[in-house]
Design a protein around this ligand. Structure first.
Ligand SMILES: [Zn+2]
Length: 387
């Protein structure tokens, strides 16, 4: 290793060669120092090891996405006027499934642009909300045309997720979305997606209200008396709260991804959640996030993380720098910060700071002398500093 003699910095611990690093090799390769040419000698012995990337961002135990369906539909404007502000007050983001014909007819584009400005996601919920499995259906209108209209009205915003109207889908429809380059679709069985689920185009989810939830009739729960098809208003407040919160708890227990389908937060639309119960749920979610157990984000944000995790190799460590290889096309396409597990190789630092492209990165200590660093593998070198 060149240059070690010039530095007083530790030269690395017993596993300083990168043992235990993630596949792809988080090892210092040596070479390339300026010292070889007579300039300043740089210590390139790795002072940190990259031990891998966490399954979900920030090292959270689970991911959670809330999707409001039927955005722009009659009776659902409370999504825009009530739900979005309640999310924003807690620093949370959600996905909103637009019925595009309704957005056009009711001219709600300014409201949708405001949702995007707040960090929420707009997803395609078809043009006119038909059962796409019942012919005749024109996919060029209902899926492709709806997406094109959204993207044109939203100034080129990329639509990357699809929600099937009435949750009705078949293999042909899923294949169509895959061919059109969608990142994912809500089209699966009910329940939590395990951490290693197979298909982004068949995302599992749970439906609110109570009569349509996986928790309907669950023995020993506040929903034990709920029968399939029962209306939300007929279920107890305790049952409604249980349904909203338990999907999050089950996702945390499974280390997976919980996706919640719901519609309005008040009013007369299908299966509304009372606003006080909605806010209580968001408070519960916020608590879980603050405890490090949960990452809540939009559907496409979770999918991008998952795909970047597979497509982007870990950085090489040289000295106190993390050097990412030039991103492949796939890695660059999903470019998003990944959460790297970083272990200092000497000393027992209690804090770690990181800078990428001049900006400080989110870092946190996780015990056992390890830290998490959120760094974009397409964002250039990261400089670490342990304190
Ligand atoms: Zn719908």
């Amino acid at each position: 290793m060149l240059g070690q003699a010039c530095s007083s910095a530790p030269s690395g611990g017993p596993d300083g060669g990168g043992a235990g690093a993630a596949p792809g090799g988080a090892t210092a390769s040596g070479g390339g120092t300026e010292g070889a040419g007579g300039g300043p000698i740089v210590d390139e012995a790795p002072r940190f090891a990259i031990e891998g990337v966490t399954t979900w961002r920030h090292g959270a135990s689970a991911a959670y996405t809330l999707i409001h369906d039927d955005t722009c539909g009659a009776g659902l404007d409370n999504q825009l006027s009530v739900a979005a502000p309640a999310l924003g007050q807690r620093g949370l983001r959600a996905s909103f499934g637009a019925i595009v014909q309704s957005c056009v007819e009711r001219d709600l584009w300014d409201a949708l642009r405001e949702l995007l400005a707040q960090g929420h996601e707009i997803v395609n919920h078809s043009f006119s909300h038909p059962d796409l499995t019942m012919p005749p259906v024109d996919l060029a209108v209902e899926i492709d045309g709806a997406r094109a209209t959204l993207e044109a009205e939203l100034s080129g915003y990329g639509i990357t997720f699809f929600v099937f109207p009435l949750d009705a889908f078949n293999d042909e429809l899923v294949d169509h979305l895959r061919a059109q380059g969608y990142l994912g679709a809500r089209a699966g069985a009910r329940g939590v997606n395990p951490p290693d689920y197979e298909d982004d185009l068949r995302i599992r989810f749970d439906v609110f209200g109570p009569g349509y939830s996986v928790y309907a009739g669950a023995a020993g729960t506040p929903c034990a008396a709920v029968a399939p098809g029962d209306e939300a208003g007929g279920a107890s407040p305790a049952c409604r709260q249980y349904i909203l919160d338990q999907l999050v708890e089950d996702a945390i227990a499974a280390g997976g991804w919980g996706v919640r389908e719901l519609h309005s937060v008040a009013g007369e639309a299908w299966e509304p959640v009372p606003i006080d119960e909605y806010e209580a749920h968001l408070d519960r979610v916020r608590d879980r996030i603050d405890a490090g157990a949960l990452w809540m984000d939009t559907a496409s944000a979770v999918l991008r993380y998952r795909r970047a995790r597979e497509a982007c190799p870990p950085p090489v460590v040289r000295g106190d720098r993390l050097l990412f290889a030039p991103p492949s096309g796939r890695c660059a396409a999903y470019a998003t910060p990944l959460t790297w597990i970083v272990k200092p190789l000497a000393g027992a630092p209690t804090a770690l700071s990181a800078i990428q492209d001049g900006a400080p990165l989110d870092t946190r200590a996780v015990g056992d002398g390890r830290f998490l660093v959120d760094a974009d593998p397409a964002g250039g070198a990261v400089t670490l500093s342990a304190q």
